[in-house]
Write a protein that binds this ligand. Structure first.
Ligand SMILES: [Zn+2]
Length: 143
C-alpha cells in the first residue's frame, strides 16, 4: 500500500498546524466542514508504533484544532476517531486521528452518526450487563 500522506505534496500543502512530531490537515472527503486529520510526521500505521512523544504531540494538536474549530465553525462537539487496520477501514497506512466538528442539526444534513456504523448497526438497545462483563473480562485477559 502506498502512503498518500507521504507521497502527495498537496497533503503537506494542506497543513493547518504542526509541531515537531505531528501535523494537522483537512481531509479531502470531509464529513463536516471541520473534519481534520492529525498524523505523526513519521510514517507508521498504528497506535502501537507511535512513541509516547508522538502520541502527546498528536493530542496536543487535537487540543489546538478543537479550539480552532469552535471559533471557525462554531463547533459544539467533536467526534474523534482513528481507523486501525484495513478491516476497520484504514485506507492510508499512516496513522491519523480524525477530528470532526459537530454542530446542532448537522446530522440531518450529513447523516453522520458513528454509532450507526460501528457496533450493531441499526440496533440501539443497550447491551446487557452480562455481555458487558464478558467483554471486560476478555479485554482484561490481554492486559
Ligand atoms: Zn506516510
Amino acid at each position: 500500500m502506498t502512503c498518500v500522506f507521504c507521497s502527495k505534496p498537496e497533503i503537506k500543502a494542506r497543513e493547518i498546524i504542526s509541531n515537531d512530531l505531528a501535523w494537522a490537515f483537512p481531509t479531502n472527503i470531509p464529513i463536516t466542514p471541520g473534519h481534520i486529520l492529525i498524523a505523526p510526521k513519521r510514517c507508521v500505521a498504528t497506535l502501537q508504533e507511535l512513541t509516547a512523544e508522538e502520541r502527546l504531540a498528536i493530542l496536543s494538536l487535537a487540543d489546538q484544532i478543537m479550539s480552532a474549530l469552535k471559533k471557525t465553525f462554531g463547533a459544539q462537539g467533536f467526534n474523534s476517531v482513528w481507523n486501525q487496520g484495513v478491516l476497520a477501514g484504514q485506507s492510508v497506512p499512516h496513522f491519523h486521528l480524525h477530528i470532526i466538528s459537530r454542530t446542532e442539526g448537522d446530522a440531518g444534513v450529513l447523516g453522520y452518526d458513528p454509532r450507526s456504523m460501528l457496533y450493531r448497526t441499526g440496533d440501539r438497545e443497550p447491551t446487557s450487563e452480562v455481555e458487558l462483563i464478558k467483554i471486560v473480562e476478555e479485554i482484561k485477559k490481554t492486559l
